[in-house]
Design a protein around this ligand. Structure first.
Ligand SMILES: CC(C)(COP(=O)(O)OP(=O)(O)OC[C@H]1O[C@@H](n2cnc3c(N)ncnc32)[C@H](O)[C@@H]1OP(=O)(O)O)[C@@H](O)C(=O)NCCC(=O)NCCS
Length: 155
């Protein structure tokens, strides 16, 4: 009888050796991707940087900064062929759990108003729109505003 190999799923802290794979996902996900150097800086300053692996390959990642009672979700990306399977929600839940374990009252993030999938995820996790940053994002034509969303953590 032949053995059936189960896929291995691992959520773990990001390492500098993950960055090449992350940048490839980043570049295939965005017109204006974060660079290798931005991710390296996030690791160096000690932000909460996490990856989700399937069979030892990074397929999703998230980065969160924390300070002065606030946390900020800086990025959250799932590789395109793994989207819609609950991985984005899992990663975001993990970051929110980490924030809840620290002196954090509010979690903030920015999202493009055109990013309906991400907004739907954030709303379903309890985030509300609290403001707008005008001309925040580069866009293929000019610039795009950012919607600021916030979640108050209940202690
Ligand atoms: C946004 C993103 C991280 C969501 O990750 P994901 O793993 O695809 O999302 P999940 O499968 O966990 O779904 C979570 C929720 O997102 C929303 N969602 C997911 N796919 C969707 C789709 N195709 N259409 C509409 N809403 C969708 C739903 O609210 C879903 O909840 P539900 O399954 O209970 O309906 C992912 O789409 C992504 O990497 N997008 C590109 C990068 C990006 O835009 N990141 C966010 C920057 S602010």
């Amino acid at each position: 009888m032949s053995a059936v190999l189960q896929p291995q799923f691992v959520l773990r802290p990001m390492l500098s050796t993950d960055l090449e794979a992350i940048v490839l996902i980043e570049e295939s996900s965005y017109d204006f991707p974060w660079s290798y150097g931005i991710f390296r800086d996030c690791l160096q300053v000690g932000y909460s940087c996490w990856v989700y692996e399937v069979n030892h390959r990074v397929i999703a990642y998230g980065v969160m900064s924390q300070g002065a009672g606030e946390a900020h979700i800086l990025t959250l990306v799932v590789r395109e062929d793994y989207r819609g399977q609950g991985i984005g929600r899992l990663l975001l839940s993990h970051l929110l759990t980490l924030a809840g374990q620290c002196e954090v009252d509010t979690v903030l993030l920015e999202v493009r108003p055109s990013n309906h999938v991400a907004i739907s995820l954030y709303q379903s996790m309890g985030f509300n729109e609290v403001g707008v940053r005008l001309n925040y994002y580069p866009a293929l034509r000019g610039r795009e505003n950012a919607m600021i969303m916030a979640l108050a953590l209940i202690k």
